[in-house]
Design a protein around this ligand. Structure first.
Ligand SMILES: *Cc1c(COP(=O)(O)O)cnc(C)c1O
Length: 432
């Protein structure tokens, strides 16, 4: 008992010291975090003072300028997609013209996969390589794109299987490129459930060696993991802005197209993707912008975009490398504590232990994961449940400290140790 007590003290002291020495600790004050312990920033990031100010400023522009705000606001609303793209470019390692914000992530998958299926042409290999642990919307969209081209989705969507139900081996992805007639490989940067980080560079190089295009869904990494899309030569990418970037519910999504593909005709054409200098000549035919801007479709949703200016300012000030460093320190600490204190209660870590194979969240597995998540929420600890057995715990680095991680683990311990989860039902989980 004395030994345990001493360990506990040591741990608490360690967490306190890490928080004291944390160069990003001050960023916590920028955010309004709704719950005692908000560990769900990988689903919906909380609002920062900067995002709120940017949103209110757009509202004032609407009030004060009306229609003139399209050209006279700061920056002009007409250019929001491009300006936000410029500002996001360093976060994904791309040139400014290669990034734009537009649409939702799902729509961006539709237009980019559709675009490149058309670009490959009917005589090329046109199977798309994905994996069986993907976020479902990615597969729904790709299947629909096959149907629209008269291609059988069951035949053309090839999913790499997982060996352990949690992760996907890079070797298996590469082997599948050889085993099937693949035209496009489309993988996540981070798996939404286990939190595995993919090796974007190795997968892209292997694809290109075989004449295959490489696209990625960065929904679970943008804003917490640095990327080098242009450097690696990734062909295209998509991502959300409401997760780690905290740009608000339903915020405008982002996309990247490598400059060598500029001029390719977008599958979903619309006037917002037209060459901007001549948009208002209202020509009957579509001349796509000669940048990633061509993949915009319709009018930019100003209020769902403005907060992103504030979000990017915050991440830029913190520095994406420091964000990543702290994120890994927090997730390492969380994994250590789960091993140390929760293994005897039936918990296990489902996230790879190697730092370079981890995104920002940790999958804590338990047979009662769903009921545990419910019990935690009622105790002010917001996590989410992903079937069949994962509690996702996200110590998002801009507003979470080491003591928070320690307290979250204490709560995971309490709800099982004291059997609190037994008062909860399964199958009632709400949208998260
Ligand atoms: C969150 C997420 C999405 C969400 O797409 P929306 O169009 O914003 O609803 C898509 N793909 C992945 C991998 C995600 O994690």
């Amino acid at each position: 008992m004395g030994g345990l007590e001493r360990d506990h003290e040591t741990g608490a002291e360690y967490a306190r010291r890490r928080d004291r020495e944390d160069p990003l600790a001050g960023f916590r004050d920028r955010f309004d975090v709704p719950d005692d312990l908000y560990m769900d920033g990988n689903s919906l990031g909380p609002v920062s003072a900067e995002s709120e100010a940017a949103l209110l400023s757009a509202l004032d522009e609407w009030r004060e300028l009306g229609i003139r705000a399209w050209t006279e606001a700061d920056p002009p609303w007409f250019w929001y997609g491009e300006r936000l793209g410029d500002e996001l470019a360093p976060l994904v390692g791309a040139r400014e013209e290669e990034v734009v914000v537009a649409n939702s992530t799902t729509i961006n998958i539709h237009t980019l996969v559709g675009t490149f299926l058309d670009h490959l042409g009917p005589d090329a290999d046109r199977k798309v390589l994905v994996n069986e642990l993907d976020f479902p919307t990615d597969h729904y969209a790709i299947r629909a794109q096959f149907r629209q081209r008269g291609l059988d989705p069951d035949e053309h969507l090839v999913a790499v299987e997982s060996r352990d139900g949690r992760t996907i081996e890079t070797d298996d992805v590469v082997a599948a490129m050889d085993d099937h007639d693949v035209g496009i490989v489309f993988m996540p940067s981070v798996l939404y459930r286990s939190g595995q980080l993919f090796d974007v560079e190795t997968i892209t190089e292997a694809a290109h060696d075989r004449g295959i295009l490489a696209g990625f869904d960065l929904a679970h990494s943008v804003g917490v993991v640095p990327h080098d899309l242009s450097g690696v030569g990734v062909d295209f990418a998509v991502w959300c802005s409401y997760k780690y970037l905290s740009a608000g519910p339903g915020a405008i999504a982002g996309l990247y197209v490598d400059e060598r593909h500029f001029g390719t005709t977008p599958a979903l054409a619309g006037w917002w993707g037209h060459e901007k200098e001549t948009t208002f000549e209202m020509r009957p035919t579509f001349t796509p912008a000669d940048t990633a801007g061509a993949w915009q479709v319709g009018t930019v949703p100003v209020f769902s975009s403005a907060p992103l200016f504030g979000s990017i300012d915050v991440v830029r000030e913190a520095g994406i490398d420091r964000v990543r460093e702290k994120s890994l320190a927090l997730s390492s600490y969380l994994i250590e504590l789960v091993d140390e204190r929760l293994a005897d209660l039936g918990y296990a870590v489902g996230t790879p232990r190697e730092p370079d194979r981890r995104g920002g969240h940790v999958a804590v597995e338990h047979d009662e994961a769903e009921r545990i998540s419910g019990a935690l929420r009622d105790r002010g600890v917001v996590v989410d449940y992903r079937p069949p057995n994962v509690v996702r715990v996200c110590p998002s680095p801009l507003y979470t400290g080491f003591r928070d991680v320690r307290r979250a683990v204490g709560e995971l311990e309490t709800v099982v140790d004291e059997e609190m989860y037994e008062e909860y039902d399964t199958g009632e989980d709400e949208v998260t």
